[in-house]
Design a binder for this molecule. Structure first.
Ligand code: C2E
Ligand code: CA
Ligand code: CA
Ligand code: CA
Length: 286
């Protein structure tokens, strides 16, 4: 038993070492990876729940690492946050995403229907604190020629909990220009609902955990009640409601009935290359 215990400890140590080395290795490799163009973006469609047409897409960054293959953002965004590399990386994501949205608007029938396709881009807390955020965002939109109203910046609820006016000011400025601000992962951060009025947000993005109880008929009645309450509160404050992590048709039915506006999830499409959106919105046109 003693030997087994010893082995277990050795194994645990070895794993911890490997993780630490990887973390350290990834962290130091980040700047060169950005210069060498190892990052790429997948786009996941957002659809209107009422008629299933495409609303736009969320940009989700990935790292094609020369040794480790494709790494998801959970592996490197926290590291990039920690070292500050998130600022240039986030700037790159914004630029690529705005270019892509402009290309979609120029090429796809969505714009002809009077509902130009939108692009959602994630902002992490360090980017919120970066003094150049507003000027850089305006510059990119101007240079590429995308209307501010076609951009939605997603900020997590936890990043805004207890936020003071200094932190909210850049978001307020962007909102006044017409950029949408979404409160991401809503419902996971214990924020005071009354506080919502104080924040310059126009979209609530309901966390996946809320829709998990709706994967079957009948759905969990408590989950239905909670979402119903959130939707009615959001709409009374003039906020649109997006739901993420919709994996089944049953969930989509419930969420439509509860009055959610837009949805995103594997039921509609996984994150993928920009051409996927072409296929989906061409289907809208027929
Ligand atoms: P998020 O903003 O909550 O993004 C949604 C995540 O849910 C994505 O994971 C997406 O692939 C996944 N997802 C989408 N539909 C479904 C579904 O139906 N079921 C399930 N189980 N999952 C689904 P991903 O791509 O791994 O991104 C993870 C997180 O990394 C994102 O969470 C976001 O917080 C962050 N992130 C991604 N791209 C960026 C970026 O460019 N900048 C910053 N700051 N953060 C980013
Ligand atoms: Ca997001
Ligand atoms: Ca989210
Ligand atoms: Ca989430």
């Amino acid at each position: 038993a003693k030997a087994a215990g010893g082995n277990r400890f050795e194994l645990a140590d070895a794993e911890a070492d490997a993780r630490a080395i990887t973390r350290h290795g990834l962290t130091t490799a980040l700047p060169a990876a950005l210069e060498r163009g190892e990052f790429f973006i997948e786009y996941q469609p957002l659809v209107h729940l009422d008629d299933g047409t495409v609303h736009g897409a969320e940009a989700l960054v990935r790292w094609l690492h020369p040794q480790h293959g494709i790494l998801g953002p959970d592996r490197f965004i926290p590291l990039a946050e920690h070292t500050g590399l998130i600022v240039p990386l986030g700037r790159w994501v914004l630029e690529q995403s705005v270019r892509q949205a402009k290309a979609w608007q120029d090429q796809l029938p969505g714009s002809a229907a009077g509902r130009p396709l939108r692009i959602n881009v994630n902002l992490s807390p360090t980017q919120l604190h970066h003094p150049g955020l507003v000027a850089e965002t305006v510059e990119v939109l101007d240079r590429i020629g995308l209307a501010p109203g076609a951009l939605c910046l997603e900020v997590t609820e936890s990043a805004l909990i207890g936020a003071d006016e200094d932190l909210l000011k850049p978001l307020r400025q962007l909102a006044e220009m017409g950029v949408d601000i979404a409160l991401d992962d809503f419902g996971t951060g214990y924020s005071n609902l009354a506080n919502l009025r104080r924040l310059p947000v126009s979209v609530l993005k309901l966390d996946r955990s809320f829709t998990q109880g709706m994967q079957q008929h009948p759905a969990d009645p408590v989950d239905l009640k909670i979402v119903e309450g959130i939707v009615s509160l959001a709409h009374s404050l003039d906020l649109a409601v997006t739901v993420e992590g919709v994996e089944t048709g049953a969930q989509a039915d419930h969420l439509r009935r509860l009055g959610c506006d837009t949805a995103q999830g594997w039921f509609y499409a996984r994150p993928g290359p920009p051409e996927h959106l072409h296929r989906l919105s061409l289907l809208d046109a027929v």
